[in-house]
Design a protein around this ligand. Structure first.
Ligand SMILES: Nc1nc2c(ncn2[C@@H]2O[C@H](COP(=O)(O)OP(=O)(O)O)[C@@H](O)[C@H]2O)c(=O)[nH]1
Ligand SMILES: [Mg+2]
Length: 242
């Protein structure tokens, strides 16, 4: 199968959102352009007009599914809701803020569809990753690279990016992984658990840009530092979970 011929048929894309009304139209449209036949689940936990905007888009495209995440407890919780609702067995997550590029989704999904890996990770830190549209934030970049090294040490497998918002997996793998975190640490928990279970994990290079609208869940350096410490603690706990 070549990237050009791939339509996304048989795949579900989960977009977790919290107050992304400014970006959501462009985001869903870009996923639809990249994958004309994929199911797109927008799992919204915010308080703005995101769900109304997606519901309007769904009128002309029944494969777009707006889902209100009642009692939203964070991105991990939204992704769990998306997995439970998804109709297909090959699933990817994609961020609403377009820091990642939907044009990378076919390359992310294909190794999973081909059975080459159970979990495919879109890495921002491989030599071929493109960061032209990204204005570096030194502390965050350092933290993300540190977390990748820590995960590599914990698992015995070299990982280049563990906090990335672009991942794809099989339903069978994610059910085995059985991640527990409802907030953001689930991103790393998935990877640590996958290695713990002996699943095949692959990194592919992706494009990464800065956010142009809306607000990051990690605004401010104090928040970033706290998030880093929480991720470290939860990654170690995931490594030793039986
Ligand atoms: N449902 C839900 N989605 C969230 C939550 N926090 C973040 N997101 C979404 O998760 C994705 C990544 O979040 P973002 O704030 O960009 O994280 P960052 O890139 O690490 O700064 C975006 O699509 C957000 O809208 C949350 O509490 N609930
Ligand atoms: Mg982001």
């Amino acid at each position: 199968m070549t990237t050009d011929a791939f339509t996304g048929a048989g795949t579900s894309i989960i977009i977790a959102c919290r107050n992304e009304q400014e970006m959501i139209t462009q985001c869903v449209s870009s996923v639809r352009d990249a994958l004309p036949e994929a199911e797109i689940l927008v799992v919204d936990g915010g308080t703005d007009r995101t769900i109304e905007i997606v519901s309007a888009m769904a009128q002309s495209d029944p494969l777009i599914r707006p889902i209100r995440n009642h009692g939203d407890r964070g991105k991990g919780h939204a992704i769990k809701t998306g997995i439970a609702e998804a109709r297909h067995d090959v699933i990817a997550q994609f961020d609403a803020d377009l820091q990642f590029a939907a044009t990378d989704l076919p390359a992310l999904l294909q190794p999973v569809l081909a059975g080459e890996c159970a979990l495919c990770i879109g890495s921002r830190f491989l030599p071929k990753s493109s960061r032209h549209g990204y204005k570096g934030i030194a502390t965050r970049d350092f933290g993300n690279r540190f977390l990748a090294i820590l995960t590599s040490c914990l698992t015995g497998h070299r990982r280049t990016d563990v906090t990335t918002g672009m991942k794809a997996w099989t339903r069978e793998a994610i059910e085995l992984i059985d991640f527990r975190d409802d907030a953001y640490s689930y991103e790393v928990e998935i990877i640590v658990r996958a290695h713990r279970l002996g699943l095949r994990v692959l990194d592919i290079p992706v494009e990464y840009a800065s956010r142009t609208a809306g607000e990051s869940m990690h605004a401010g350096s104090l928040h970033v530092a706290k998030a880093g410490l929480v991720i470290i603690a939860k990654s170690i706990a995931a490594r030793f979970r039986s």
